[in-house]
Design a protein around this ligand. Structure first.
Ligand code: ADP
Ligand code: TRP
Length: 328
């Protein structure tokens, strides 16, 4: 069975972009992979200064992983854990940083993007990809499923593993990354990439009324109802397709309703209503599960305890190998 590692930063409530770009892949893979899915709490310290917020958000990501369908109870090979429960990754990050040429970090685009968005230009943010490489290499995964924005970090990981192995012998296994097949970035309600930090996200766990209101706010142009519309150019359609799937009959049907004209023409209000109904339908189980999970903290604790034990076992083995190789 192939081993998979991936994780998300705890930036609070997850949105349907995180689901479409990341979590859905994890859920799909758990049937026939050994999954190590973690919460990147150390990474979050590059942006947050509020301890209570970090604690709450970290917990929330675990609840959302489970709500969206990761299920260690029915898939004993699925391990969910917190980064701080395997602190050896910081040691591995140090070992990797000693073989990392500075120019490799200078080239990383996420640092520049994040500083441009207002994050403090800390050394932690600058070396963020090294800690990510340590997360990945720490469990010897075969595959790392990620969204497009994480590809550069995966390439840096392979690069660092190679440099380390070249200097000290074969310690790290070189993982491959896996992009979602129909890799696409979901736009937010303003048409830009959906992101928590742009305030344009859609939270699938909202109550129905505010959820509908949020969807009705999606920006559209002013093409009249009776005129034919290009579905590809519309944010509502792009989100719909991202959730339902490109070849789903509902997506194809919606596309043809966009193209219709005259008395058959469809207004954007109808497209938004269709999206609202799709989200309620697609996330019905997740919404129900999440309410149950919010009321069962003991179960969350157990998931994290088991996950930490599984990750610890692997990480300890890899760290011992690396220490031995460098002479510690
Ligand atoms: P945010 O931009 O909301 O802070 P993150 O950068 O923490 O989200 O992203 C976490 C994961 O979710 C990444 O793997 C990323 O690829 C995926 N992701 C985030 N936003 C989107 C989006 N709009 N569409 C597709 N995937 C996304
Ligand atoms: N950088 C990732 C993100 O922002 C989070 C992350 C940290 C990660 N370590 C990782 C993802 C290791 C995959 C593998 O989404």
């Amino acid at each position: 069975m192939k081993r998979v590692l991936s994780g998300l930063q705890p930036s609070g409530q997850l949105h349907i972009g995180n689901y479409a770009g990341a979590i859905r892949q994890f859920v799909d893979m758990q049937a026939d992979h050994e999954m190590y899915v973690f919460v990147a709490s150390y990474h979050a310290l590059t942006s947050t200064r509020d301890a209570n917020e970090l604690r709450t958000n970290t917990r929330q990501v675990v609840i959302d992983y489970l709500a969206f369908g990761l299920d260690p109870a029915t898939h004993p090979n699925t391990h969910i854990y917190l980064q701080q429960d395997v602190p050896q990754v910081t040691e591995l990050a140090w070992l990797l940083s000693c073989v990392c040429p500075k120019h490799l970090m200078d080239k990383a685009t996420s640092y520049k993007d994040k500083v441009a968005r207002g994050l403090p230009a800390s050394v932690g943010l600058y070396t963020y990809p090294i800690l990510q490489a340590a997360d990945i290499l720490s469990v010897d995964p075969d595959l790392v499923p990620v969204g497009k924005d994480q590809v550069q970090h995966c390439e840096i990981t392979r690069d660092l593993a190679q440099k380390f192995n070249h200097a000290f012998g074969e310690v790290f296994k070189l993982p491959n990354y896996k992009l979602r097949d129909d890799a696409q970035v979901l736009p937010g309600i303003d048409g830009q990439k959906m992101s928590k930090s742009y305030g344009n996200d859609i939270d699938p766990f909202m109550d129905e009324k505010p959820l509908r209101k949020r969807i009705m706010k999606i920006k559209t142009d002013s093409t009249p109802v009776e005129e034919s519309k290009d579905p590809e150019a519309c944010t509502v359609f792009q989100i719909y397709r991202g959730i339902a799937g490109r070849d789903d009959p509902r997506t194809l049907d919606l596309a043809s309703r966009y193209r219709a004209s005259g008395p058959e023409g469809m207004g954007y209000g109808h497209a938004k209503q269709a999206l609202f109904e799709l989200i309620l339908d697609h996330f019905a189980d997740a919404r129900k599960r999440r309410t149950e999970l919010m009321n069962d903290p003991a179960y969350i604790d157990k998931v994290l305890k088991d996950g930490a034990a599984a990750a610890q076992a692997k990480v300890t083995e890899v760290t011992a190998r690396a220490r031995m190789a460098v002479g510690l």
